[in-house]
Design a binder for this molecule. Structure first.
Ligand code: PLP
Length: 317
C-alpha cells in the first residue's frame, strides 16, 4: 500500500547521510582497505550535527522556545544551524578567545552571539545564568540524546555493509566516542576494536584511562581546540570500564600535517582535531596492524581554513 514512511516528518533529520568511501591513497599506504566516514560533509561541517540535531529536535518537541549553547566551536555552529532549520532562536555564549571565523559562522546561521569571559568556563557559567523558562541548554557532548544521535553514523556504515576491522576516531569530551560505542553495539559490531585518538595537551581521556579515574587537565595546550575538553564525560569512562578502548596520543604537528595531507588527497579541509585521527592511521598501534581493514571517522570541523593549516604547519617546522 501507500507507504509514507519515507516522507513522514518523523523520519526527517537535521543531519544528512554522509559518504562512506574507500580511500585509495590511505589503502595503498596501509596495504589494506581504509574507509572514510565523511562527517566533514555534514551541513554544519562536523558530526556534531547528528547528536545536537537529535537533541534540538527533542527539545523543540518538548516545547523549547530558545536554545542556549556555550561552545564557540563546532557544537555552537551545529546548534545555530539547528535553530535556523527549526525556527527556534539561539543564543551562543563564547569566550574572547573564540576566533573570528567561528564567531562569523555562528552569526551567519542567524544565532545571537554573546562574547563573555576570557575562557570557556566563564562563557559557560554566563550561558547557564541566562537559562530561563522555555530555554533549553544544549551541551556540546555530555547528553545521552546526543550519543543516540551520533550513533547513526555507525548505522549508516552497517547499512553500507562494510564492517571494518578497527575504527579510529578523535576524542574531546567523549560524545563522539559514546555515540560510536552505542552504534557498534546496536548493530552487533561490538567486537570491532576502537582506537581513541587525542593530541598532546588535550589528552584527558588517555590520562583518565591510564590512571583508572577521571583526570582533569589544568589547561588545554593543543592547537586541536575541538578536542579541548578538560575532562572526559562519565559516559566515555563507563564504556572504557567494560569494553577495551585503545588510546593513542599524537602531536599537534602530526595532526596538522595529516589534515594537510587529507586536503591534498581528498580535497576537503578538516580541523587538526580530525587530523589527529587521520594521523593515527600510521601510528603502528597493534590493534590497527592486526586489523584487516580500518575505518576512520572523518569528524570534520568548520573552524579552520586551509591557510590557517599551512600557517600552523610552518610554525611546527
Ligand atoms: C567536537 C569535536 C570532536 C570531539 O568530539 P567529542 O564528542 O567532544 O569527543 C572532534 N572533532 C571535531 C571536529 C569536533 O568538532
Amino acid at each position: 500500500m501507500n507507504n509514507r514512511r519515507g516522507t513522514s516528518r518523523r523520519d526527517m533529520t537535521l543531519h544528512i547521510h554522509t559518504p562512506y568511501v574507500q580511500s585509495q591513497p590511505y589503502s595503498r599506504q596501509l596495504a589494506k582497505p581504509v574507509w572514510l566516514k565523511m562527517e566533514a560533509a555534514q551541513p554544519s561541517g562536523s558530526f556534531k550535527l547528528r547528536g545536537i540535531g537529535a537533541l534540538c529536535e527533542a527539545q523543540r518537541s518538548a516545547g523549547a522556545q530558545r536554545f542556549i549553547s556555550s561552545s564557540g566551536g563546532n557544537a555552537g555552529i551545529a546548534v545555530a544551524y539547528c535553530g535556523r532549520k527549526l525556527g527556534v532562536p539561539v543564543s551562543v555564549v563564547v569566550p574572547e578567545s573564540t576566533p573570528q571565523r567561528a564567531r562569523d559562522l555562528i552569526r551567519q546561521e542567524g544565532a545571537g552571539l554573546v562574547v563573555h569571559g576570557a575562557a570557556w568556563a566563564e562563557a559557560h557559567a554566563f550561558a547557564q545564568s541566562l537559562i530561563g523558562p522555555g530555554d533549553a541548554f544544549v551541551h556540546p557532548f555530555d547528553d545521552p540524546v546526543i550519543w543516540h544521535g551520533h550513533a547513526t553514523l555507525v548505522d549508516e556504515m552497517a547499512a553500507a555493509g562494510h564492517k571494518p576491522g578497527a575504527i579510529l576516531l578523535a576524542v574531546g569530551g567523549g560524545g563522539l566516542l559514546c555515540g560510536v560505542m552505542e552504534g557498534l553495539q546496536r548493530n552487533g559490531w561490538s567486537n570491532v576494536p576502537v582506537v581513541a585518538v587525542e593530541t598532546e595537551g588535550a589528552d584527558c581521556f588517555a590520562r583518565s584511562i591510564a590512571q583508572g579515574k577521571p583526570v582533569e587537565l589544568a589547561t588545554i595546550s593543543s592547537v586541536a581546540t575541538s578536542l579541548g575538553a578538560k575532562r572526559p564525560c562519565d559516559g566515555a569512562l563507563e564504556w572504557a570500564a567494560h569494553r577495551e578502548i585503545y588510546n593513542v596520543v599524537m602531536s599537534d604537528a602530526q595532526a596538522v600535517k595529516a589534515a594537510l595531507r587529507f586536503l591534498d588527497e581528498h580535497r576537503v579541509v578538516v580541523e587538526p582535531a580530525c587530523g589527529a585521527a587521520l594521523a593515527a592511521l600510521d601510528c603502528g598501534h597493534p590493534a590497527l596492524k592486526a586489523a584487516s581493514s580500518v575505518a576512520v571517522v572523518v569528524c570534520g570541523g568548520a573552524t579552520v581554513t586551509a591557510q590557517q593549516l599551512h600557517d600552523l604547519a610552518a610554525r611546527f617546522d
